[in-house]
Design a protein around this ligand. Structure first.
Ligand code: SF4
Ligand code: SF4
Length: 378
Protein backbone atom coordinates (compact mmCIF):
# COMPACT_ATOMS: atom_id res chain seq x y z
CA UNK A 1 0.00 0.00 0.00
CA UNK A 2 1.41 3.39 -0.98
CA UNK A 3 0.39 6.80 0.41
CA UNK A 4 -3.26 7.59 -0.13
CA UNK A 5 -3.61 8.99 -3.63
CA UNK A 6 -7.33 8.53 -4.27
CA UNK A 7 -10.50 8.98 -2.33
CA UNK A 8 -11.22 5.27 -1.61
CA UNK A 9 -14.98 5.71 -1.98
CA UNK A 10 -14.56 7.19 -5.46
CA UNK A 11 -12.10 4.51 -6.53
CA UNK A 12 -14.22 1.63 -5.30
CA UNK A 13 -17.32 2.67 -7.25
CA UNK A 14 -16.19 1.21 -10.59
CA UNK A 15 -17.70 -2.23 -11.19
CA UNK A 16 -15.57 -2.89 -14.30
CA UNK A 17 -18.64 -3.29 -16.51
CA UNK A 18 -16.96 -1.62 -19.49
CA UNK A 19 -20.00 0.50 -20.52
CA UNK A 20 -17.64 3.47 -20.70
CA UNK A 21 -15.32 2.00 -23.31
CA UNK A 22 -17.27 3.01 -26.45
CA UNK A 23 -17.52 6.61 -25.18
CA UNK A 24 -13.79 7.07 -24.73
CA UNK A 25 -11.90 8.78 -27.60
CA UNK A 26 -8.48 7.48 -26.56
CA UNK A 27 -9.80 3.92 -26.44
CA UNK A 28 -11.37 4.42 -29.89
CA UNK A 29 -8.02 5.62 -31.22
CA UNK A 30 -5.86 2.88 -29.71
CA UNK A 31 -8.13 -0.09 -28.97
CA UNK A 32 -5.91 -0.58 -25.93
CA UNK A 33 -7.64 -1.42 -22.63
CA UNK A 34 -5.04 0.62 -20.73
CA UNK A 35 -6.20 3.69 -22.68
CA UNK A 36 -9.84 3.21 -21.62
CA UNK A 37 -11.57 4.59 -18.51
CA UNK A 38 -11.87 1.08 -17.03
CA UNK A 39 -8.22 0.37 -17.81
CA UNK A 40 -7.12 3.64 -16.26
CA UNK A 41 -9.16 2.99 -13.14
CA UNK A 42 -7.46 -0.41 -12.87
CA UNK A 43 -4.11 1.37 -13.14
CA UNK A 44 -5.20 3.76 -10.39
CA UNK A 45 -6.10 0.79 -8.18
CA UNK A 46 -2.74 -0.84 -8.88
CA UNK A 47 -1.05 2.41 -7.90
CA UNK A 48 -3.13 2.72 -4.74
CA UNK A 49 -2.48 -0.88 -3.72
CA UNK A 50 1.25 -0.61 -4.35
CA UNK A 51 1.11 -3.19 -7.17
CA UNK A 52 2.72 -0.75 -9.57
CA UNK A 53 5.67 1.52 -9.01
CA UNK A 54 4.33 5.11 -8.80
CA UNK A 55 6.44 6.07 -11.80
CA UNK A 56 5.76 3.02 -13.88
CA UNK A 57 5.84 4.22 -17.53
CA UNK A 58 2.28 3.00 -18.23
CA UNK A 59 0.97 5.07 -15.35
CA UNK A 60 2.88 8.12 -16.52
CA UNK A 61 1.73 7.67 -20.11
CA UNK A 62 -1.94 7.09 -19.26
CA UNK A 63 -2.17 10.00 -16.80
CA UNK A 64 -1.10 12.23 -19.65
CA UNK A 65 -2.81 10.51 -22.62
CA UNK A 66 -6.29 10.86 -21.07
CA UNK A 67 -8.06 13.92 -22.45
CA UNK A 68 -9.94 14.55 -19.23
CA UNK A 69 -13.03 14.98 -21.41
CA UNK A 70 -15.24 13.06 -18.94
CA UNK A 71 -17.22 11.43 -21.77
CA UNK A 72 -17.01 8.31 -19.60
CA UNK A 73 -19.08 9.86 -16.80
CA UNK A 74 -22.60 10.23 -18.22
CA UNK A 75 -22.58 6.66 -19.57
CA UNK A 76 -21.39 5.04 -16.33
CA UNK A 77 -24.15 3.14 -14.51
CA UNK A 78 -22.19 3.22 -11.24
CA UNK A 79 -21.79 6.99 -11.19
CA UNK A 80 -18.01 6.94 -11.25
CA UNK A 81 -16.71 10.50 -10.96
CA UNK A 82 -13.82 9.94 -13.29
CA UNK A 83 -12.88 13.64 -13.55
CA UNK A 84 -12.22 13.76 -9.79
CA UNK A 85 -10.14 10.60 -9.93
CA UNK A 86 -8.08 12.01 -12.79
CA UNK A 87 -7.42 15.20 -10.81
CA UNK A 88 -6.27 13.14 -7.82
CA UNK A 89 -4.10 10.98 -10.08
CA UNK A 90 -2.38 13.96 -11.70
CA UNK A 91 -1.99 15.61 -8.33
CA UNK A 92 0.17 12.62 -7.41
CA UNK A 93 1.77 11.93 -10.77
CA UNK A 94 2.61 15.51 -11.74
CA UNK A 95 3.88 16.83 -8.43
CA UNK A 96 6.35 19.72 -8.62
CA UNK A 97 8.98 19.26 -11.30
CA UNK A 98 7.30 16.20 -12.74
CA UNK A 99 4.49 18.40 -14.01
CA UNK A 100 4.86 18.94 -17.78
CA UNK A 101 6.82 22.10 -18.51
CA UNK A 102 4.09 23.60 -20.69
CA UNK A 103 1.52 23.21 -17.91
CA UNK A 104 3.92 24.84 -15.46
CA UNK A 105 4.50 27.72 -17.87
CA UNK A 106 0.78 28.32 -18.29
CA UNK A 107 0.22 28.34 -14.56
CA UNK A 108 2.98 30.88 -14.29
CA UNK A 109 1.23 33.05 -16.85
CA UNK A 110 -1.89 33.12 -14.67
CA UNK A 111 0.30 34.15 -11.73
CA UNK A 112 2.00 36.87 -13.75
CA UNK A 113 -1.40 38.17 -14.78
CA UNK A 114 -2.20 38.42 -11.08
CA UNK A 115 0.96 40.41 -10.42
CA UNK A 116 0.41 42.77 -13.36
CA UNK A 117 -3.21 43.18 -12.38
CA UNK A 118 -2.31 44.24 -8.86
CA UNK A 119 0.57 46.45 -10.01
CA UNK A 120 -1.59 48.14 -12.59
CA UNK A 121 -4.44 48.69 -10.17
CA UNK A 122 -2.14 50.01 -7.46
CA UNK A 123 -0.55 52.47 -9.84
CA UNK A 124 -3.89 53.78 -10.98
CA UNK A 125 -5.87 53.92 -7.77
CA UNK A 126 -5.49 54.87 -4.12
CA UNK A 127 -6.18 52.00 -1.69
CA UNK A 128 -9.68 52.91 -0.59
CA UNK A 129 -10.81 53.41 -4.17
CA UNK A 130 -9.19 50.15 -5.18
CA UNK A 131 -11.00 48.23 -2.46
CA UNK A 132 -14.26 49.75 -3.55
CA UNK A 133 -13.53 49.06 -7.20
CA UNK A 134 -12.99 45.39 -6.45
CA UNK A 135 -16.58 45.06 -5.35
CA UNK A 136 -18.79 44.37 -8.32
CA UNK A 137 -21.29 47.01 -9.18
CA UNK A 138 -24.78 46.22 -8.05
CA UNK A 139 -26.90 45.31 -11.03
CA UNK A 140 -28.59 48.38 -12.40
CA UNK A 141 -32.20 48.72 -11.43
CA UNK A 142 -34.57 48.83 -14.32
CA UNK A 143 -32.40 46.32 -16.15
CA UNK A 144 -34.32 45.67 -19.35
CA UNK A 145 -33.85 41.93 -19.18
CA UNK A 146 -34.02 41.55 -15.42
CA UNK A 147 -31.50 38.72 -15.17
CA UNK A 148 -29.20 40.12 -12.56
CA UNK A 149 -31.41 38.88 -9.71
CA UNK A 150 -30.19 37.35 -7.58
CA UNK A 151 -27.01 39.33 -7.88
CA UNK A 152 -24.88 38.05 -10.73
CA UNK A 153 -21.31 38.73 -11.82
CA UNK A 154 -19.67 37.93 -15.12
CA UNK A 155 -16.44 35.97 -14.85
CA UNK A 156 -14.04 37.36 -17.43
CA UNK A 157 -11.68 34.36 -17.56
CA UNK A 158 -7.91 34.80 -17.55
CA UNK A 159 -7.20 33.36 -21.00
CA UNK A 160 -10.37 34.76 -22.50
CA UNK A 161 -9.36 38.26 -21.41
CA UNK A 162 -6.16 37.92 -23.39
CA UNK A 163 -7.26 35.85 -26.39
CA UNK A 164 -10.96 36.63 -26.81
CA UNK A 165 -11.95 39.84 -25.00
CA UNK A 166 -14.78 40.25 -27.51
CA UNK A 167 -16.55 37.27 -25.90
CA UNK A 168 -16.97 39.07 -22.57
CA UNK A 169 -18.09 42.19 -24.42
CA UNK A 170 -20.74 40.15 -26.20
CA UNK A 171 -21.85 38.55 -22.92
CA UNK A 172 -22.29 41.97 -21.34
CA UNK A 173 -24.35 43.06 -24.30
CA UNK A 174 -26.56 39.98 -23.92
CA UNK A 175 -26.99 40.48 -20.18
CA UNK A 176 -27.18 44.24 -19.70
CA UNK A 177 -26.59 45.34 -16.15
CA UNK A 178 -24.53 42.34 -15.14
CA UNK A 179 -21.59 43.24 -12.91
CA UNK A 180 -18.28 42.61 -14.65
CA UNK A 181 -15.58 43.73 -12.24
CA UNK A 182 -12.10 44.06 -13.63
CA UNK A 183 -9.11 42.71 -11.73
CA UNK A 184 -10.49 39.18 -11.44
CA UNK A 185 -8.08 36.34 -10.83
CA UNK A 186 -7.91 32.85 -12.34
CA UNK A 187 -10.60 30.31 -11.35
CA UNK A 188 -7.99 27.57 -10.93
CA UNK A 189 -9.36 25.09 -13.50
CA UNK A 190 -5.99 25.01 -15.24
CA UNK A 191 -4.32 24.10 -11.96
CA UNK A 192 -6.84 21.45 -10.98
CA UNK A 193 -6.56 19.72 -14.36
CA UNK A 194 -2.78 19.80 -14.30
CA UNK A 195 -2.02 18.23 -10.95
CA UNK A 196 -2.36 21.12 -8.50
CA UNK A 197 -5.71 20.52 -6.85
CA UNK A 198 -4.90 22.68 -3.83
CA UNK A 199 -4.17 25.75 -5.97
CA UNK A 200 -7.23 24.97 -8.08
CA UNK A 201 -9.44 25.06 -5.00
CA UNK A 202 -7.76 28.07 -3.46
CA UNK A 203 -8.16 30.15 -6.61
CA UNK A 204 -11.79 29.11 -7.06
CA UNK A 205 -12.60 30.11 -3.47
CA UNK A 206 -10.91 33.45 -3.93
CA UNK A 207 -12.82 34.15 -7.11
CA UNK A 208 -15.98 33.12 -5.29
CA UNK A 209 -15.25 35.77 -2.64
CA UNK A 210 -14.44 38.41 -5.25
CA UNK A 211 -17.58 37.82 -7.30
CA UNK A 212 -20.70 37.85 -5.15
CA UNK A 213 -23.93 36.26 -6.25
CA UNK A 214 -24.25 33.92 -9.18
CA UNK A 215 -21.05 33.63 -11.19
CA UNK A 216 -21.87 33.68 -14.90
CA UNK A 217 -19.22 32.26 -17.19
CA UNK A 218 -18.62 32.00 -20.92
CA UNK A 219 -16.29 29.04 -20.43
CA UNK A 220 -17.58 25.50 -19.95
CA UNK A 221 -14.30 24.36 -18.39
CA UNK A 222 -14.24 27.16 -15.82
CA UNK A 223 -17.94 26.65 -15.07
CA UNK A 224 -17.46 22.96 -14.25
CA UNK A 225 -14.43 23.61 -12.07
CA UNK A 226 -16.06 26.47 -10.17
CA UNK A 227 -19.21 24.43 -9.64
CA UNK A 228 -17.20 21.52 -8.24
CA UNK A 229 -15.54 23.79 -5.66
CA UNK A 230 -18.17 26.45 -4.91
CA UNK A 231 -21.30 24.37 -5.50
CA UNK A 232 -23.58 24.09 -8.50
CA UNK A 233 -25.91 26.82 -7.21
CA UNK A 234 -23.24 29.50 -7.41
CA UNK A 235 -22.41 29.00 -11.09
CA UNK A 236 -24.23 29.47 -14.36
CA UNK A 237 -22.81 29.09 -17.81
CA UNK A 238 -24.24 31.84 -19.98
CA UNK A 239 -26.44 29.61 -22.14
CA UNK A 240 -28.16 28.36 -18.97
CA UNK A 241 -28.85 31.91 -17.88
CA UNK A 242 -30.17 32.97 -21.29
CA UNK A 243 -32.29 29.85 -21.74
CA UNK A 244 -33.86 30.26 -18.29
CA UNK A 245 -34.70 33.81 -19.11
CA UNK A 246 -36.32 32.75 -22.37
CA UNK A 247 -38.70 30.50 -20.47
CA UNK A 248 -39.94 33.19 -18.13
CA UNK A 249 -41.39 35.51 -20.77
CA UNK A 250 -38.74 38.11 -20.05
CA UNK A 251 -37.59 39.93 -23.16
CA UNK A 252 -35.49 37.12 -24.57
CA UNK A 253 -32.15 36.94 -26.19
CA UNK A 254 -31.60 36.87 -29.01
CA UNK A 255 -33.85 38.88 -31.23
CA UNK A 256 -33.60 38.46 -34.96
CA UNK A 257 -31.43 36.03 -36.86
CA UNK A 258 -27.96 35.63 -38.24
CA UNK A 259 -27.84 35.93 -42.02
CA UNK A 260 -25.19 34.98 -44.54
CA UNK A 261 -25.42 35.96 -48.23
CA UNK A 262 -29.01 37.05 -47.73
CA UNK A 263 -30.18 33.76 -46.18
CA UNK A 264 -30.50 32.41 -42.66
CA UNK A 265 -27.13 31.12 -41.49
CA UNK A 266 -26.39 27.41 -40.95
CA UNK A 267 -24.66 26.80 -37.63
CA UNK A 268 -23.42 23.84 -35.67
CA UNK A 269 -22.20 23.50 -32.08
CA UNK A 270 -19.10 21.86 -30.67
CA UNK A 271 -19.95 20.92 -27.09
CA UNK A 272 -17.59 21.81 -24.28
CA UNK A 273 -16.77 18.42 -22.71
CA UNK A 274 -16.85 19.73 -19.19
CA UNK A 275 -20.04 21.68 -19.71
CA UNK A 276 -21.82 18.70 -21.22
CA UNK A 277 -20.36 15.81 -19.27
CA UNK A 278 -19.60 17.64 -16.03
CA UNK A 279 -22.61 19.94 -15.72
CA UNK A 280 -25.13 18.29 -18.04
CA UNK A 281 -25.61 21.47 -20.08
CA UNK A 282 -26.06 20.75 -23.78
CA UNK A 283 -29.68 21.51 -24.72
CA UNK A 284 -29.53 25.18 -23.83
CA UNK A 285 -26.92 26.34 -26.37
CA UNK A 286 -28.69 24.33 -29.09
CA UNK A 287 -32.03 25.94 -28.25
CA UNK A 288 -30.55 29.42 -28.40
CA UNK A 289 -28.71 28.79 -31.66
CA UNK A 290 -31.83 27.29 -33.21
CA UNK A 291 -33.65 30.55 -32.57
CA UNK A 292 -31.25 32.66 -34.60
CA UNK A 293 -30.08 30.29 -37.32
CA UNK A 294 -30.63 26.91 -38.94
CA UNK A 295 -29.08 24.48 -36.52
CA UNK A 296 -27.20 21.46 -37.84
CA UNK A 297 -26.05 18.73 -35.45
CA UNK A 298 -22.53 17.36 -35.93
CA UNK A 299 -22.33 13.57 -35.49
CA UNK A 300 -19.43 14.04 -33.05
CA UNK A 301 -20.62 17.26 -31.39
CA UNK A 302 -20.43 15.67 -27.95
CA UNK A 303 -16.96 14.26 -28.58
CA UNK A 304 -13.85 16.17 -27.58
CA UNK A 305 -12.25 18.46 -30.21
CA UNK A 306 -8.79 17.68 -28.84
CA UNK A 307 -8.28 21.01 -27.06
CA UNK A 308 -8.94 19.51 -23.60
CA UNK A 309 -7.32 22.27 -21.56
CA UNK A 310 -3.59 21.94 -22.05
CA UNK A 311 -3.84 18.68 -24.05
CA UNK A 312 -3.35 20.36 -27.43
CA UNK A 313 -0.03 21.68 -26.14
CA UNK A 314 1.07 18.61 -24.20
CA UNK A 315 0.06 15.97 -26.76
CA UNK A 316 -0.02 17.83 -30.09
CA UNK A 317 -0.01 14.77 -32.32
CA UNK A 318 -3.01 13.09 -30.66
CA UNK A 319 -4.80 16.40 -30.37
CA UNK A 320 -4.33 17.09 -34.06
CA UNK A 321 -5.63 13.66 -35.09
CA UNK A 322 -8.85 14.33 -33.15
CA UNK A 323 -9.13 17.85 -34.52
CA UNK A 324 -8.56 16.87 -38.15
CA UNK A 325 -11.45 14.39 -38.00
CA UNK A 326 -13.62 17.08 -36.41
CA UNK A 327 -12.78 19.62 -39.12
CA UNK A 328 -13.64 17.10 -41.84
CA UNK A 329 -17.05 16.66 -40.22
CA UNK A 330 -17.62 20.40 -39.95
CA UNK A 331 -16.77 20.84 -43.62
CA UNK A 332 -19.11 18.01 -44.62
CA UNK A 333 -21.95 19.60 -42.64
CA UNK A 334 -21.97 22.61 -45.00
CA UNK A 335 -22.30 25.15 -42.20
CA UNK A 336 -21.34 28.81 -42.09
CA UNK A 337 -20.39 28.81 -38.41
CA UNK A 338 -19.18 26.33 -35.83
CA UNK A 339 -19.98 27.59 -32.37
CA UNK A 340 -17.97 26.96 -29.20
CA UNK A 341 -18.89 27.54 -25.56
CA UNK A 342 -15.37 27.41 -24.20
CA UNK A 343 -12.31 29.48 -25.15
CA UNK A 344 -10.01 26.45 -25.47
CA UNK A 345 -12.36 24.79 -27.97
CA UNK A 346 -12.71 28.08 -29.85
CA UNK A 347 -8.95 28.42 -30.22
CA UNK A 348 -8.62 24.80 -31.27
CA UNK A 349 -11.38 25.04 -33.90
CA UNK A 350 -10.00 28.29 -35.30
CA UNK A 351 -6.57 26.67 -35.63
CA UNK A 352 -8.00 23.62 -37.42
CA UNK A 353 -10.18 25.65 -39.78
CA UNK A 354 -7.34 27.98 -40.65
CA UNK A 355 -5.06 25.04 -41.39
CA UNK A 356 -7.71 23.48 -43.62
CA UNK A 357 -8.29 26.84 -45.37
CA UNK A 358 -11.96 26.42 -44.58
CA UNK A 359 -14.56 29.12 -45.21
CA UNK A 360 -16.38 28.08 -42.02
CA UNK A 361 -15.94 30.50 -39.12
CA UNK A 362 -15.52 29.44 -35.50
CA UNK A 363 -17.13 31.82 -33.02
CA UNK A 364 -18.20 31.82 -29.40
CA UNK A 365 -21.93 31.43 -28.81
CA UNK A 366 -22.16 34.83 -27.11
CA UNK A 367 -20.69 36.52 -30.18
CA UNK A 368 -23.03 34.80 -32.60
CA UNK A 369 -26.08 35.68 -30.53
CA UNK A 370 -24.97 39.30 -30.44
CA UNK A 371 -24.58 39.21 -34.17
CA UNK A 372 -28.20 38.11 -34.46
CA UNK A 373 -29.28 41.11 -32.47
CA UNK A 374 -27.14 43.43 -34.56
CA UNK A 375 -28.42 42.03 -37.83
CA UNK A 376 -31.94 42.76 -36.75
CA UNK A 377 -31.23 46.37 -36.01
CA UNK A 378 -29.17 47.18 -39.07
S1 SF4 B 1 -16.14 3.54 -15.02
FE1 SF4 B 1 -18.33 3.07 -14.91
S2 SF4 B 1 -18.87 2.37 -16.98
FE2 SF4 B 1 -16.63 2.27 -16.82
S3 SF4 B 1 -16.18 0.20 -16.16
FE3 SF4 B 1 -16.30 1.42 -14.31
S4 SF4 B 1 -18.44 1.23 -13.64
FE4 SF4 B 1 -18.37 0.52 -15.77
S1 SF4 C 1 -11.86 11.43 -19.59
FE1 SF4 C 1 -12.20 11.08 -21.81
S2 SF4 C 1 -10.23 10.28 -22.55
FE2 SF4 C 1 -10.17 10.12 -20.30
S3 SF4 C 1 -10.92 8.06 -19.84
FE3 SF4 C 1 -12.75 9.37 -19.78
S4 SF4 C 1 -13.59 9.31 -21.87
FE4 SF4 C 1 -11.48 8.49 -21.99
Amino acid sequence: MTERVFDPELLSRCISCGFCLPACPTYAATGDEASSPRGRINLMRALQNGDLDPYDPTLTEQASQCLGCRACEPVCPAGVEYGQLLEQWRDHQWKGRRRPLTARALMLVTRLREVFRVMGAVRRLPGAVLRKARRPRAPSTGNPVGVATPEASLMLGCFEQVLFPEVSRAARQLVPGIAAPTGQGCCGALHAHNGDTAAGERLAHRLGEDLPGIIVTTSGGCAAHLASVLGRDRVKEISELLAERGETDEPTTPAGEVRVDGRRARVTLQDSCHLRNGLGVWKEPRTLLGRVADYVELPSAAGCCGAAGTYALLRPRESRRILDAKIREIEAAGVDYVVAVNPGCLRQLQTGLRRARSRVKAVHMAELLTQATDDTHH
